[in-house]
Design a protein around this ligand. Structure first.
Ligand SMILES: Cc1cc2nc3c(=O)[nH]c(=O)nc-3n(C[C@H](O)[C@H](O)[C@H](O)COP(=O)(O)OP(=O)(O)OC[C@H]3O[C@@H](n4cnc5c(N)ncnc54)[C@H](O)[C@@H]3O)c2cc1C
Length: 379
């Protein structure tokens, strides 16, 4: 039987990062991925992800994202590939919303650079924005976007240089843990390890069925819409944005590699079986973003140049699960990234590795599994 210090189940976003962190610590690491490394059936499709530091969801996430930002840059230096594009971020709320204020609160608490802008200032600086006089806006220069495929490929390359082994198209069928050893079974054989890291994304619920984690998989659509004139939408001129509006919580990116402007809705989404093979966005679903775009963004049409389907795996409180298995302390879980995990990826990888190999390392309380009524902790 091949033996490793650590086996990672799921070589997607968090699994690739865990491999880098584990290999950096000198752990002999095997990553088992059911599809090809980087694919469109999980949660990392759709080309780009927003990174922002002044975290509206909670200031508690700020240290984690700052660490991730540092590690993304370290990864770029290590591999020699750019993954982070700093464009600034414009986060706005329509009447009754508090997203922009929450951004300001996080920025203030952590001393992060930010500008509180009046609607007039927004319209003057970015004339494509047509927000109302009753809107609020916070601009943060540290925000930007990450490109998913180069990110995952770079994480893998950095991990492999340190000896990690990635096996593709090898789904894990079962695993069994005793106090000091773990066996992992695939169709190709059985592998042994001291530690297991489960980063199975939309499949985490079935992989960890015995825990009954409250995870819901949601089907989300992404849209690239044609622009009349690309000039105001290039990364140097158009910051990534999030808008809490009467037409939904919509976010978007400057032009990058595609002719259209990428826009999507964070709110909503239908429950979905990740084993279903259909990943086609139906044209009528563009109505999730078109009313917002039509009302608020000048120069963007409702003609779709491209679309994609991607999966969120959400927890009831939208906070992640990054912790040890409550019954098997040599098993570590990274799951439930609730549609906002990508920016944190290398820092989550580091956390997973620390939880696996440092007995004294405590999980972030906000991300601890004990907040759910799952199986009782050991001891
Ligand atoms: C539409 C969309 C937009 C998003 N926007 C943002 C954003 O702007 N900013 C941000 O920070 N985050 C964003 N996110 C969230 C972020 O992309 C996810 O949180 C992150 O990719 C989740 O990573 P993961 O490793 O859990 O899942 P994945 O990357 O899907 O990896 C899980 C892997 O496990 C594999 N696997 C599962 N079961 C097995 C098995 N039995 N054996 C072997 N392999 C297995 C899967 O095939 C998959 O490759 C967005 C997500 C989506 C879907």
């Amino acid at each position: 039987m091949e033996r490793y210090d650590a086996i990672v189940v799921g070589g997607g976003t968090m699994g690739s990062a865990a491999a880098w962190a584990l290999a950096t610590r000198g752990a002999r690491t095997l990553v088992l991925e059911q599809f090809r490394h980087v694919h469109g059936r999980g949660s990392h499709g759709g080309q780009t992800r927003i990174i922002r530091h002044a975290y509206a969801e909670s200031p508690e996430y700020v240290p984690l994202v700052l660490r991730a930002d540092e590690l993304w840059r370290e990864l770029e230096d290590t591999v020699g590939t750019q993954v982070l594009h700093r464009t600034g971020g414009l986060e706005m709320s329509g009447p009754g919303g508090d997203h922009a204020r929450s951004v300001r609160r996080s920025a203030t608490e952590h001393g992060l650079p930010h500008e509180w802008l009046t609607p007039d200032e927004v319209r003057r600086r970015w004339p494509v924005w047509d927000i109302g006089d009753d809107w609020e806006a916070c601009y943060t220069p540290g925000a930007g976007f990450l490109t998913t495929e180069p990110s995952l490929r770079s994480l893998r390359r950095a991990a492999e240089r340190l000896g990690a082994v990635f096996r593709e198209e090898e789904p894990v069928r079962a695993w069994e843990a005793t106090l000091d050893a773990i066996d992992v079974r695939t169709d190709q054989g059985v592998y042994g390890a001291e530690r297991l890291i489960v980063t199975a994304g939309a499949w985490a619920g079935s992989m960890l069925a015995e825990l009954g984690l409250p995870l819901t998989v949601l089907r989300k659509t992404l849209w690239w819409l044609a622009v009349a004139d690309p000039a105001p939408f290039v990364p140097e001129r158009f910051p990534v944005f999030i808008a809490e509006s009467a037409e939904g919580d919509v976010y978007g990116f400057p032009l990058h590699d595609e002719p259209g402007l990428k826009v999507a809705r964070h709110s909503g989404g239908e429950p979905f079986d990740p084993d279903a093979t259909d990943r086609i966005a139906r044209d009528e679903e563009k109505q999730e973003v078109v009313p917002f775009v039509r009302r608020r963004l000048r120069g963007v049409s409702d003609r779709v140049t491209s679309s994609a389907v991607c999966l969120y795996t959400v927890t009831p409180d939208h906070d992640f699960v990054v912790d040890r298995h409550p019954e098997r302390l040599n098993v570590v879980i990274g799951a439930g990234f609730s549609g906002h995990g990508f920016k944190f990826t290398p820092a989550i990888g580091e956390e997973l590795a620390a939880l696996a190999f440092d007995p004294a390392h405590r999980p972030y309380p906000r991300l601890a599994i004990g907040r759910f009524a799952v199986a009782a902790p050991v001891g």
